[in-house]
Design a protein around this ligand. Structure first.
Ligand code: NAD
Length: 474
């Protein structure tokens, strides 16, 4: 057992804290948002994430405690993970001010109880060489250098499957420049790397296609920091690449689904993340690509390829709007049903969501929008991303579709694949679906009576002759 503190109780920190407790460690999870800590102490789960409520219920009050004090948590812990936000600043660089503020407080805690060695671990995504900056801040704030080391342990979890990603990871990367530090990090992850966690009863169920025990990769701190940025930039590149291929498919009448299948069969390429759509979004890819671009520039390398990745991604929104325009001609005054607001399925996170950006563009064009998302509507309403009352938040997909000129699929929620399409079609004014996530097969949608427009695949029109629904019917 290791005494662990996790600073920052957001999508990463809270999941990491709950999972460390699940692995048998004593965990204190900290946030400076007093409302969040109060909610967690009351037994609430502030984010939508599969298996997280179960883990919090299992460990809260036993191996998992919550606190608003970085100093208390740092003083009581052997390993202190920093999981605060690293948002983009004006020039694209990562804003490390939260990391710095937390490092200062940790240093003061170490300085005030100098009887134990501790490690400070960057779990937040940070630019290469941040560990040196953290070390410097700690030193300047009185932490004796023989009593701490700084490590990088980047997080690769995906929102929507964060808990299983954490407990069944492809790899665990630990980067540090001291043996003592690496040894403590190895101990923390040992239940996953020696497989003992997977022998327990009542564990979080194993997803498909995973290899256990987990593979551990130990590197220098700088390499670990780079692994995270390079991985995210590469994945974003894969998405932009297939989106560019989809644009070529559209202009020649080829099918990107078939192209993807053929490309992905090559094991060197692989099908995963070769999914065409409205572009990548979320709190990581857009900011991490920008930050990595800035890091490279700072190091004297002109990583122009990343500019192209971002350009293609930005263009995807306009390309999608063009599809809506092609389908409906004049946008002003059109009523559109929107399925999905979250940046991806399985989460309530709307940060940098392409779906939100597209709705904003459509509102500017004078469309009226009725939206439905299985989890992200409360956060969307509270965020003020749309002008007040500009969007009608529907209780389900059918209510959103009522009397709409077309339905747009903007998030890849699994729930959408199980919709009652007869009912959906009957609710619409025109049976037109514009699918920004290629969730469905064109042939099937055509047989179900939809004119179906997707990304990089030929448009199909409705095969079925459909009775005109009674006005207002859903
Ligand atoms: P988040 O915004 O959900 O959570 C950050 C939390 O830190 C917030 O609750 C905030 O209140 C808290 N915080 C900020 N300053 C603090 C302070 N001084 N003391 C205590 N708490 C403080 O962010 P997130 O999505 O969890 O991301 C955190 C980091 O992890 C980022 O660097 C991100 O790039 C990285 N990351 C995120 C994901 C993801 O899918 N969200 C995946 C891998 C890595």
């Amino acid at each position: 057992m290791v005494r662990v503190a996790v600073i920052g109780s957001g999508y990463v920190g809270l999941v990491a804290a709950a999972c460390f407790a699940e692995l048998g460690h004593e965990v204190i999870c900290v946030d400076n948002d007093a409302r969040k800590i109060a909610a967690l102490e009351r037994g609430e789960t502030p984010i939508h994430e599969k298996f997280l409520p179960e883990l919090l219920a299992r460990h809260r009050g036993h191996r998992l405690r919550f606190s608003g004090s970085v100093r208390d948590a740092a003083r009581d812990s052997q390993a202190i993970f920093i999981a605060v936000g690293t948002p983009p600043s004006e020039n694209g660089e990562a804003d490390l001010s939260y990391v710095e503020a937390v490092s200062r407080e940790i240093a003061q805690a170490i300085a005030s109880s100098p009887n134990e060695y501790r490690i400070v671990v960057e779990k937040s995504t940070v630019p290469v060489d941040t560990s040196r900056g953290v070390h410097r801040v700690m030193e300047l704030n009185g932490a004796p250098t023989h009593l701490f080391d700084v490590a990088s342990n980047p997080e690769f979890l995906r929102e929507g499957s964060a808990v299983t990603d954490f407990l069944y990871p492809d790899r665990i990367v630990i980067g540090a420049d001291s043996e003592r530090c690496i040894a403590l990090l190895k101990k923390i992850y040992e239940p996953l790397t020696d497989g003992s966690y997977y022998q327990n009863k009542n564990i979080i169920p194993e997803p498909d296609d995973v290899q256990t025990p987990a593979r551990l990769i130990a590197t220098s701190a700088k390499s670990a920091e780079l692994i995270k940025h390079a991985s995210n930039a590469f994945l974003a590149m894969k998405i932009s690449f297939i989106n560019a291929v989809a644009a070529v498919c559209e202009s020649v009448g080829a099918d990107v689904g078939q192209v993807r299948e053929g490309m992905g069969a090559d094991v060197r390429i692989g099908k995963r993340f070769l999914n065409p759509g409205i572009g990548y979004g979320g709190s990581c890819f857009p900011k991490d690509v920008k930050a990595f671009r800035a890091v490279a520039e700072h190091c004297g390398y002109d990583f122009g390829m990343l500019d192209e990745v971002m350009k293609i991604n930005d263009e995807q929104r306009q390309r999608f709007i063009k599809k809506v325009r092609n389908a409906l001609w004049i946008l002003k005054g059109k009523r559109l049903a929107v399925l999905g607001l979250a940046f991806k399925g399985g989460t309530d996170d709307i940060r940098d969501s392409q779906a939100i950006a597209i709705v904003q563009l459509l509102l500017k064009e004078g469309c009226s929008i009725a939206a439905f998302d299985p989890a992200a509507m409360p956060k969307t309403q509270a965020s003020g991303v749309f002008p007040e009352e500009a969007v009608f938040f529907a209780e389900n997909a059918y209510a959103a579709a009522r009397d709409a000129d077309a339905v747009l699929v903007l998030t890849d929620w699994e729930e959408f694949t199980a919709l009652d399409f007869e009912r959906l079609r009957a609710a619409l004014k025109h049976p037109i679906m514009i699918d920004g996530r290629n969730l469905f097969q064109p042939q099937t949608m055509s047989e179900l009576g939809f004119t179906y427009i997707s990304i990089g695949r030929p448009e199909v029109s409705a095969k079925k002759t459909v009775a005109v629904p009674a006005p207002g019917a859903d």
